[in-house]
Design a protein around this ligand. Structure first.
Ligand SMILES: Cc1cc2nc3c(=O)[nH]c(=O)nc-3n(C[C@H](O)[C@H](O)[C@H](O)COP(=O)(O)OP(=O)(O)OC[C@H]3O[C@@H](n4cnc5c(N)ncnc54)[C@H](O)[C@@H]3O)c2cc1C
Length: 568
């Protein structure tokens, strides 16, 4: 019998709500489900909301009765906000989070680099916004609760999975005992320690780094702006690194590396924590500032991924699929991109709009993204915590040179999470005009947002399925193009036709965006009337043309639905 704790987790700023468990005896017998999602972390809930956006119901099984212990992910990127906008929670993060775009690096007390994250006036969202993961999860729970297509079950733990060809049989344990569910697909979003991954023998590939970091969230009144602070080789922690971030509700995260040989248990003793936090506050000029601990934990950096996220009828996503170091704010930010991708790929397969090749594409694209992130995160990790004498010598040379030499200072600028471009995706049109464009988002890239009015942006208007942006000065969309659009819709493919026009509304388009100054056209690198972009349901570009005709559109849609190439 599964007995999740019913005692609210302790926190000095977050009021944990303990939800009622979902009990099988109170519900009628269950038919076979389309999708079960194990785990209601960021990855599981965004997957459920994305599936719902595409019209697919799911059952979310969460073993606990409350949201995440401690703040965990606190920094969310612009692309994450664009994804969260689509599932209806971005506004709550904007209202309650702390935006920022500068980072400062200090070496032995001297500021040696100031990073500025680019911010385009066309963007709706700031480069980064800080909010604790509990709030993010709360907003996602509210959104799931508001969706008739999400069946949320607290206190339901997946304990066994059996693959049966065209479905999975899943044993679920609850506070009143187990029950069985069948599903066409099981999404394993059960986190970094995924038991489902272990049950199915999934082997993560990659590296685990030595050395531990303490994360401590403290409440302290520091009159400092919301900016990232990184201290290399500080006096009180020689050879190591300390990071600080401001969080909402007067909380600061202090994240410090432990000297080699110190165990997590030693590091988490109250006296050890107190000495180090006092030393850090003293170093930044706030000796003796009163502070209170909310939550602390120890972690080590790992860069690991499964080589394939689809295993029979089980699809791994988020931390269950890969483990990424938190430097560069990659965990949750990557999970949103995984979930957004999985949502449409799986929905289209379930709706018969594409076959298994589309799911294989999801896995290939997201494993590719994880590998790119692992490569970048590995570099950051080696800079923050050099794994060998050689790396340390190199890192220390950069650090000491930076005191006098300007040119080495940008080396401090470790990359933060960014959206992966599916540059070599099989869904990209091979014979479009991608190579002829000199600017604008290219094959596989996420779209460029464009400000249309003070609170109105291009991405606000995308339809959730495929979007065809046609740049035209004509009065009407050509009839042969409309015929291809109608035929795709007739097959059930969601496709919105948006005309971007310098003048009047364009007949045949679902919507016309006025572009009298040619600003949208310029951002998309379209030199003249007749150009077009095809965006996938996750908004990434899969085709773009300087001149579009019906045959080219038909080919692009077939390619984007993985209807070319072998089935296995
Ligand atoms: C200390 C710490 C600090 C972090 N800081 C950052 C940061 O600053 N930035 C960042 O981007 N990321 C950070 N992360 C990572 C981030 O928290 C994760 O990447 C993110 O939560 C991944 O989401 P997920 O949904 O894949 O997994 P999780 O959030 O772990 O969710 C998994 C869910 O599955 C449930 N579950 C587990 N087993 C079962 C089962 N058998 N049946 C049903 N339910 C199950 C769990 O209860 C949980 O709710 C941090 C993580 C930690 C631990």
């Amino acid at each position: 019998m599964h007995h999740p704790t019913t005692e609210a987790r302790a926190s000095i700023y977050y009021d944990y709500r303990v939800f009622e468990p979902w009990l099988p005896s109170k519900h009628p017998p269950q038919d076979r489900q389309k999708v079960l999602i194990a785990g209601a972390g960021p990855a599981g809930m965004v997957t459920a909301l994305e599936l719902a956006r595409h019209g697919v119901p799911s059952v979310v099984l969460e073993s606990e009765l409350q949201v995440s212990q401690g703040s965990r992910a606190i920094v969310f990127t612009r692309r994450s906000m664009e994804i969260l906008q689509q599932v209806g929670v971005a506004h709550r993060i904007t209202e309650n989070g702390l935006p920022w775009r500068f980072g400062n690096s200090y070496y032995r007390g001297q500021k040696v680099f100031r990073m500025e994250a680019p911010h385009d006036p066309d963007d709706r969202f700031v480069p980064m916004i800080n909010i604790q993961q509990q709030y993010l999860e709360e907003y996602l729970i509210d959104a799931c609760g508001a969706s008739p297509l999400v069946d949320f079950r607290w206190g339901n733990k997946v304990v066994a999975v059996e693959q049966r060809g065209d479905h999975a049989v899943v044993q679920v344990d609850t506070p009143e005992g187990p029950y069985t569910l069948q599903a066409e697909w099981l999404v394993a979003a059960d986190g970094g320690r995924s038991e489902i991954r272990a049950m199915l023998g999934g082997k993560l590939e990659g590296a685990a780094y030595e050395g531990f970091f303490v994360i401590a969230d403290i409440r302290v009144d520091l009159p400092l702006p919301t900016e990232r602070r990184a201290y290399f080789d500080p006096e009180w922690n020689p050879g190591n690194t300390v990071l600080m971030h401001r969080e909402p509700h007067g909380i600061w995260r202090v994240d410090y590396q432990l000297p080699p040989g110190e165990t997590p248990a030693e590091a988490l003793k109250p006296a050890a924590l107190k000495a180090r936090i006092d030393a850090q506050l003293a170093m930044i000029g706030h000796a003796g500032a009163p502070w209170e601990m909310d939550w602390c934990s120890v972690y080590s950096a790992r860069t690991l991924t499964l080589p394939d996220y689809v295993m029979g009828r089980v699809i791994f996503t988020g931390d269950a699929a890969h483990l990424l170091p938190i430097f560069g704010v990659r965990g949750a930010n990557t999970a949103f991109q995984d979930a957004q991708s999985l949502g449409w790929h799986l929905a289209f397969v379930l709706q018969g709009l594409a076959d298994a090749r589309l799911l294989a594409n999801h896995s290939a694209e997201r494993v590719g993204a994880a590998r790119e992130i692992i490569d970048e995160a590995g570099k950051s990790t080696r800079f923050m915590a050099p794994p060998s004498r050689g790396f340390r010598l190199l890192r220390d040379a950069v650090l000491s040179l930076s005191l006098t030499e300007e040119f080495v200072r940008p080396l401090y600028h470790w990359r933060t999470s960014r959206p992966h471009a599916y540059t070599r995706s099989m869904l990209n049109s091979p014979d479009d005009d991608n190579a002829l464009f000199t600017t604008g988002p290219a094959h596989g890239a996420p779209p460029q947002n464009v400000r249309l009015a003070p609170d109105d942006h291009l991405l606000d208007h995308l339809g959730g399925g495929f979007d065809l942006l046609v740049f035209t000065a004509a009065d009407a969309v050509p009839a042969p193009l409309l015929a291809v659009v109608a035929q795709a819709r007739g097959r059930g493919v969601p496709l919105k036709l948006i005309a971007v026009s310098p003048g009047r509304p364009v007949a045949g388009a679902d919507q016309t965006l006025a572009d009298a100054e040619g600003h949208i056209r310029a951002r998309y690198g379209v030199p003249s009337s007749g150009g077009a972009y095809l965006l996938r349901p996750d908004q990434h570009v899969c085709a773009r043309w300087l001149r579009l005709d019906a045959t080219r559109l038909q080919t692009a849609l077939d390619t984007a639905l993985a209807q070319q190439g072998p089935t296995s």
